[in-house]
Ligand binder design. Structure first.
Ligand SMILES: Nc1nc2c(ncn2[C@@H]2O[C@H](COP(=O)(O)OP(=O)(O)O)[C@@H](O)[C@H]2O)c(=O)[nH]1
Ligand SMILES: [Mg+2]
Length: 223
């Protein structure tokens, strides 16, 4: 419980046995429920997560968005916090984000990774790609969003039925932000966090996912 609210943390994992250990070891005690959505990892992700107290859900169909939708359906907390299982997002900043969520009086808070202080955390290619995607989203929806691709958010569980979440893949990250910021009843905010280099291997394919996400933005805006 945090300020009288039940807190659920959701982490999608595909072969993150190394990262998920660090994430779960650092999980603050006030978190009521941790859900790890595993997509048939071939390493020990599920075992490690279960051992460290997470509720493990096995999703058969691959995909980042698909996994989040499974996790959301299983979540019971009032407030949901999300992050990757690769230990690149700051687990110890969850209380800071929950405080900001309350003080800014928002329903969806995006954790922006910019400015990136750790030089190894994000390549120049990723930074440029991210800037293009974030500028495109900001222009298409007339709302400044610095990090349209961040995987760390805080949201009230009660807003989930207000959003139409269709993407099963990496575009889910931008889709949930678009759904949040364009809905008149959802208050959207963004705040900076520290981002570090991930443990284990990256699952994102920068060119394929980058261009697909740009196309997804345009399609979502104009159809
Ligand atoms: N369950 C599940 N998790 C995934 C899938 N693809 C990526 N992930 C997880 O989603 C998070 C984001 O992927 P990552 O490779 O870190 O991408 P990046 O942070 O955008 O560079 C990580 O925790 C991955 O393990 C998937 O198909 N299924
Ligand atoms: Mg990551």
């Amino acid at each position: 419980m945090y300020n009288g609210q039940r807190i659920t943390v959701i982490t999608p994992c595909l072969n993150e046995e190394q990262g998920i250990q660090e994430v779960l070891r650092r999980m603050p005690a006030f978190v009521d429920e941790v859900i790890v959505v595993d997509n048939n990892s071939t390493d020990r992700t599920s075992e490690v997560a279960a051992q460290l107290g997470a509720k493990v859900i096995r999703e058969e169909v691959r995909g980042y968005g698909r996994s989040y939708k499974r996790g959301f359906a299983a979540a019971t907390g009032d407030v949901i916090v999300t992050l990757d299982g690769d230990h690149s997002y700051p687990v110890d900043a969850i209380s800071y984000l929950l405080e900001a969520f309350r003080h800014l009086e928002v329903d969806f808070l995006n954790a922006s990774r910019f400015p990136v202080r750790d030089k190894r955390a994000m390549s120049l290619k990723h930074k440029i790609g991210n800037l293009i995607l974030s500028l495109a989203m900001s222009l298409l929806y007339l709302r400044w969003v610095r990090d349209s691709q961040s995987g760390m958010w805080v949201l009230r569980r009660s807003i989930l039925p207000l959003m139409k979440l269709e993407s099963d893949g990496m575009a889910f990250s931008e889709e949930i932000k678009i759904e949040a910021l364009k809905h008149p009843r959802i208050r959207f905010g963004e705040i900076s966090i520290q981002y570090s280099s991930r443990l284990g291997e990256i699952k994102l394919n920068p060119w394929r996912d980058g261009f697909y996400n740009l196309w997804f933005l345009l399609k979502k805006r104009f159809t």
